[in-house]
Design a protein around this ligand. Structure first.
Ligand SMILES: C[C@H](O)[C@@H](O)[C@@H](O)[C@H](O)C(=O)O
Ligand SMILES: [Mg+2]
Length: 367
């Protein structure tokens, strides 16, 4: 049933200066400012029905996304497009409400998560140690560390984190596409002593056969390949699955345009018996993807084996319905919708370049 017609569309460039603290840094992106093109679609429905969407970028990318959204590029009418996920906020049902089965388990224990917040590449060893100690105290048992820029540096950081978490807890590594195929295999054979569960994005995200080669080479070392945060449609995922190129599949709620595109990948992963371990973090990705992964558990995979969802502890305070983490698990969101809506005050303050946060930063830079 149609309620109201679209009467207005606004696109705002919202940026957070995360690069100042080295948050989000990796071997390819040394100074990201987590950002979003934030879209609100208003209707003339009497109850004020509106939809919000975010397109996650690392700062400058917002200009590209924003101009596409203004032009009403095809990606915004439901075709797959990068990092776009507008979804109605009022009315509607959260995806998890559709299914039953394992709902009780989710409501009680939540969906298991891992943290990436301890070991961004730009963090000093002291920061890494401090964040790791805090995470252990908060009950985290799964950790991801950034690697790929310098082998000696990686060895030192991985040793540090493995020593802190002990042999039993889970460690993952993420190279953010830094290597070519032979280099990935060679590098990981050196890091194998730290017993990583997976190496994420070891090479170019488009190199499906390269990923297959790396996967095969790492089997004897007990290391899986994880990828997907840069994969923009279901066809790429289909080929990665067909080529046995990955052992952990990382959907990204915004990179894959629309809920439907994400769902088709979740269904394919089930068919191939590959666990979905979503990419999250950035601005709002945790808020969005929690719906998809809880749906996966309740209605599709029905398993938690080898499964976990990424968590990064930044920027949740800017959302109207922020995620709830308890005992290192995502607790199911209770509000209807996709948890996309940002607080108006946060949007205003962080709008680029005119928001007060940026004005202050630019003024300080000039002085
Ligand atoms: C630039 C970003 O922070 C990435 O490093 C980040 O999304 C990352 O690949 C991740 O897996 O969390
Ligand atoms: Mg990654």
């Amino acid at each position: 049933m149609v309620r109201g017609r679209i009467i207005r569309l606004s696109v705002r460039d919202v940026r957070f200066p995360t690069s100042l603290g080295g948050h989000g840094s990796d071997a390819m992106h040394t100074d990201p400012d987590y950002s979003a093109a934030y879209v609100v679609i208003e209707t003339d429905a009497g109850d004020g029905l509106a939809g919000c969407g975010i397109t996650f970028t690392l700062g400058k990318g917002t200009e590209v996304d924003r101009s596409q959204e203004r032009r009403g590029a095809p990606g915004h009418s439901g075709r797959p497009q990068r990092r776009v996920g507008p979804v109605g906020q009022a009315g509607g049902k959260a995806p998890m409400e559709v299914a039953c089965g394992h709902e009780e388990q989710m409501l009680t224990h939540g969906y298991p998560a891992y943290t990436t917040s301890c070991a961004w590449l730009g963090y000093s060893d002291d920061t890494l140690k401090q964040r790791c100690a805090e995470a252990l105290k908060d009950g985290w048992t799964r950790f991801k560390v950034k690697v790929g820029a310098d082998l000696q540096d990686d060895m030192r950081r991985c040793r540090l984190i493995r020593d802190m978490i002990g042999p039993e807890k889970t460690l993952m590594m993420d190279a953010n596409q830094r290597w070519d195929v032979p280099e990935a295999v060679e590098w990981m054979s050196k890091l194998a002593e730290f017993k990583p569960l997976w190496i994420e994005e070891p090479t170019s995200p488009d190199d499906i056969l390269g990923h297959a080669t790396i996967s095969k080479a790492l089997v004897p070392l007990g290391i899986g390949v994880a990828t997907g945060e840069q994969c923009h449609n279901r066809v790429i995922f289909k080929q990665l699955l067909q080529a046995n190129a990955l052992q952990f599949l990382q959907i990204d709620s915004c990179r894959l345009g629309s809920v439907n595109e994400n769902l088709s990948v979740i269904l394919m992963a089930k068919k191939f018996g590959i666990p979905v371990c979503p990419h999250a973090g950035g601005v709002g990705l945790c808020e969005l993807v929690q719906h998809l992964i809880i749906f996966d558990y309740i209605a599709v995979s029905a398993s938690l084996k080898n499964r976990m969802c990424e968590y990064v502890d930044h920027l949740h305070e800017h959302f109207k319905y922020p995620v709830t983490i308890k005992q290192a698990s995502y607790m199911p969101p209770k509000a209807a919708g996709y948890s996309t809506e940002m607080k108006e005050e946060s949007v205003k303050k962080h709008q680029y370049p005119e928001g007060e946060v940026w004005k202050r930063l630019h003024a300080a830079h000039e002085n």
